[in-house]
Design a protein around this ligand. Structure first.
Ligand code: NAD
Length: 472
């Protein structure tokens, strides 16, 4: 069986203990490859390589670094079919979805490569006999820990700005989806990123992830994943006094007002809770609908959800555990008295293939305090909750431990702006549901995390300000 090792100092490296973990294809339940099961010894080797590479990487002139980014984006596109096959083998995603994510991943290198060398400091007019300026400097070694739902994209989203800001990286991908991150590191090395600039250590979170955050030479960590893990990492980072970017979960509200284009809103709402089989941190899983159009919206929603082809439009859930967890939520919803409009079932495809497929599921007759309305399910499941007026819509949307995204569907521009201002979330979509752009800053409020990925905003989180004062 294929075996995947770490990528350290520009080449493949076997795990120090010689242990490997199996990786399962969730579309079939079959083990597809084995990956290195790393430990703190492997992390130490990767961080040492990354530390050694820091100064040489900083010495590469900005335009030469920018050219490497273009070369990497080009190499990713040339390798897209191969990258897609790797991603599909570990996530079961439909090919078109995998290819779209790979194109999105390459765009991070286009975008941040383009920003290298842009002015990043200020001169400050403090006094006639002083020349004062600020500059942004890299942290040094940045640790990146990613989840399994959009694997290559999440690695690229953090690594591109981290590298553009002049850092070197040690990445710990999810143990369920390591292949494309290793391939990205190989491609980076092939196009000329120096040895040690881009390292990847494979293995479990408890061993490799924790060792990465604890390592004294890791100066900043970018984490994407669950709230409990974010909290655990936050404790270590607090002890070490290092900055974190935390991209955590969500239970995002999608609000349809009575004056909305209902058909467009329903199409957006179905996309919002079914894309990637609901395994999206920014999924719109609480649909708040004005009471006057509630029944019409639910009927159209059920009809539209029926057109989502399980296995073709959406893939399986990532693991057997996640598959079981979503089915547990079906019981929780039923016990809380929710009415199942559609779904609440394992897909027929699961029985045919052994894959972890779930049907799109819509619940009504439930209020915002129920567990199914408060907890992140990470499956294609939405709850529909009616509201009476704008104030109640905002109150319900904000009544959540999370604050990642929100959707607003209305034809009234004043309402769109007023409601957007009052939502306690990191990003709002009006009359659309899309997180696709590399240019838009992305991140959460409340338990959804802090710091921002994407956009020029991310560069601020991967660099620190130095102020220089010169007496003239
Ligand atoms: P997870 O927290 O279990 O794992 C994420 C990563 O952290 C994995 O690489 C894992 O191995 C590692 N990890 C686990 N325990 C660790 C520890 N103690 N120390 C260090 N690292 C550790 O999350 P998951 O199940 O892989 O991903 C799903 C979660 O991620 C969901 O809650 C989802 O909302 C969230 N997510 C957020 C975003 C975002 O951008 N906000 C994007 C995707 C997913």
């Amino acid at each position: 069986m294929e075996q995947l090792d770490h990528w350290i100092g520009g080449s493949s490296a076997a795990p120090s203990r010689g242990d490997y973990l199996g990786v399962t294809n969730p579309a079939s339940g079959v083990t597809v490859r084995r990956i290195a099961s790393g430990d703190s010894v492997d992390i130490a080797a990767a961080v040492a390589a990354a530390s050694d590479a820091t100064e040489p990487w900083r010495q590469v002139p900005g335009l030469a670094r920018a050219r490497l980014f273009s070369d990497l984006a080009r190499a990713m596109r040339a390798d897209a079919q191969h990258l897609a096959l790797l991603e599909i083998s570990e996530t079961g995603k439909p090919e078109s979805v995998a290819l779209g994510e790979i194109e999105g991943s390459a765009t991070y290198f286009d975008f941040y490569g383009g920003l290298i060398g842009m002015p990043v400091g200020d001169t400050l007019d403090v006094a006639p006999d002083q020349h004062v300026y600020t500059r942004r400097e890299p942290f040094g070694v940045v640790g990146v820990i990613t989840p399994w739902n959009v694997p290559l994209n999440q690695a690229a989203r953090a690594c591109a700005p981290a590298l553009a800001a002049g850092n070197t990286v040690v990445v710990k991908p999810s143990e369920y989806t390591s292949s494309t991150t290793i391939r990205l590191a190989q491609l980076a090395t092939e196009v000329g990123f120096g040895p040690g600039v881009f390292n990847v250590v494979l293995g479990t979170g408890a061993e490799v992830g924790a060792a990465l955050v604890e390592h004294p030479d890791v100066a900043k960590v970018a984490f994407t994943g669950s709230v409990p893990t974010g909290r655990a990492i936050g404790k270590i980072a607090a002890e070490r006094i290092i900055p974190l970017t935390l991209e955590l979960g969500g239970k995002s509200a999608n609000i349809i007002f009575a004056d909305a284009d209902v058909d467009a809103a329903v199409a957006g709402a179905v996309q919002a809770f079914t894309a990637n089989a609901g395994q999206v941190c920014s999924a719109g899983t609480r649909l708040l609908v004005h009471r006057s159009i509630h029944d019409e919206v639910v009927a159209k929603l059920v009809e539209r959800a029926a057109s989502v082809r399980v296995g073709e439009d959406i893939g399986p859930l990532i693991t057997r555990d996640q598959f079981a967890r979503v089915q547990e939520y079906f019981k929780v919803a039923e016990a809380d008295g929710a009415h199942t409009e559609t779904g609440g079932t394992v897909s027929e495809l699961a029985e045919e293939t052994g894959g972890f497929y779930i049907d799109p599921t819509i619940y009504t007759s439930i209020d915002n305090s129920a567990r199914i309305a408060r907890e992140e399910v990470f499956g294609p499941v939405v709850v529909v909750i009616p509201f009476a007026d704008d104030a109640e819509a905002v109150a319900l949307a904000n009544e959540s431990d999370y604050g990642l995204v929100a959707g607003v569907w209305t034809r009234d521009v004043s309402r769109a702006l007023t409601i957007s201002d009052r939502l306690r979330v990191g990003q709002v979509f009006v009359n659309t549901w899309s997180t696709a752009s590399v240019q838009t800053p992305f991140g959460g409020w409340k338990n959804s995390g802090y710091g921002r990925e994407k956009g020029s905003e991310a560069l601020h989180h991967y660099s620190q300000v130095k102020c220089v004062t010169i007496k003239l």
